[in-house]
Design a binder for this molecule. Structure first.
Ligand SMILES: [Fe+2]
Length: 411
């Protein structure tokens, strides 16, 4: 019995020992796990603390950089002669120092109040209206306004403002700059005044030149009349040659400059006759060869008379060559073909036509149909320009000197 109970007791003790050993093992395991967790947590915390410190450092640096930029921006915006402002929710939120100086704004005075005080009421209203419109979708706003200063009088400014949006695209505020354009405006006005002055002077000069030209024309006409008066049979010849030539030139589409040369040149084409003795010019009988040679000098005399006068120098070819013919049979230079300029060809035909149809001391003038027939014959023989003869034929029909029928008869 005792042996059983001892054996039982030993058995119980063994069971208890095993249980204790198991519990102890489990406790060891648990505390090991806890330790591991604790270490991991500690490492984790350390990592977290370190990460958070770095972030904070970076943030601090970024803030510092932003502040430095802000200071640099403010220094810049205060040191250049340009105004800057922001306009937010109907108020001027910021104005830079330069603009504050222009406004004579005290540091305590609100920017909005200073702006309203400085600007003319209607310009202030226009400005705020424009800036408010930027919030409503206007993409940019600009205007010009004035500021009265006690010592510098009224100055002129130009402003331009743009809307600023957040990254999400929401409207934030308007950002604008202001330039002092007083000097530029005054230079522009001076330039305009100067331009007007020059224009006025030019107009006066043009008028004076036109007067001079018209006086000169009148003088030349008198001179031409005086020469023609030497021979009553040639009275009005030069003006008629000029009229025919102008009408031919118009029909040929000459430009205004060419027309002017044609007009002046044909009026004075015979001016050299002033150097030919009256007795020869008015001689009713046939001229001797020597007398005819003297007559043939008149183009050269005339050209030499006007060569040095700037108003007439371009007319020299008409005066010099109006007796030249396309086949080289004319005088004084026996020009031929393309060497005879167009204006000279016109003058030659107008001159020949008027000479043919006017009475002379020694003969009656031809009728127009006969004159045209002879001109056409000369054109056919290569003496006169055919195209110009036909233009003249049209003019004769227009003037009623020929009917279309008699004109075709003369062909
Ligand atoms: Fe002549």
């Amino acid at each position: 019995m005792l042996a059983i109970s001892v054996s039982n007791r030993q058995q119980m003790l063994r069971v208890e020992r095993d249980q204790i050993t198991q519990v102890s093992d489990e406790a060891d395991q648990f505390s090991g796990t806890m330790f591991t967790v604790a270490v991991l947590l500690a490492i984790g915390s350390l990592v977290l603390v370190r990460t958070s410190a770095r972030q904070q450092h970076d943030l601090f640096q970024a803030q510092e950089r932003a502040e430095r930029h802000q200071v640099a921006y403010q220094q810049m915006s205060n040191s250049i002669p340009v105004g800057f402002y922001t306009y937010r929710q109907g108020q001027f939120a910021y104005t830079n120092r330069w603009w504050d100086d222009q406004l004579r704004r005290d540091p305590d005075e609100p920017a909005m109040k200073a702006m309203q005080r400085g600007l003319l009421q209607e310009e202030f209203d226009e400005l705020t209206r424009g800036l408010n419109s930027l919030q409503d979708g206007l993409t940019e706003f600009e205007m010009r306004f004035h500021l009265s200063t006690p010592d510098e009088g009224t100055r002129i400014y130009e402003t331009r403002a743009l809307p600023i949006f957040s990254e999400e695209g929401a409207y934030e505020h308007a950002l604008g700059y202001i330039l002092d354009v007083t000097q530029r405006e005054s230079s522009r006005r001076q330039l305009e005044a100067k331009t007007r002055e020059v224009q006025n002077k030019n107009a006066l000069l043009s008028q004076a030149f036109a007067d001079l030209e018209s006086n000169f024309d009148a003088m030349v006409r008198s001179l031409v009349k005086a020469i023609e008066a030497k021979d009553p049979y040639t009275a009005g010849h030069s003006e008629r040659v000029m009229d025919y030539s102008i009408r031919i030139g118009e029909k040929l589409g000459l430009d205004p400059h060419q027309m002017k040369i044609l007009q002046k040149g044909t009026l004075i084409h015979d001016i050299g006759k002033i150097g030919v003795p009256d007795a020869i010019l008015t001689k009713p009988d046939k001229l001797t060869e020597e007398e005819y040679d003297l007559i043939k000098l008149h183009p050269t005399i005339g050209a030499n008379m006007v060569r040095e006068i700037p108003l007439f120098e371009e007319c020299v070819p008409i005066i010099m060559w109006h007796h030249e013919r396309l086949n080289g049979s004319g005088y004084p230079d026996r020009l031929a073909g393309d060497d005879v300029p167009l204006l000279v060809r016109i003058a030659a035909i107008a001159d020949t036509y008027d000479a043919m149809t006017s009475d002379r001391a020694y003969r009656r003038g031809l009728d127009h149909a006969e004159a045209l027939r002879r001109l056409r014959k000369d054109a056919e023989d290569g003496i006169l320009d055919e195209r110009i003869v036909e233009v003249l034929a049209d003019i004769m029909v227009e003037d009623g000197k020929l009917t279309r029928n008699s004109e075709s008869m003369a062909a």
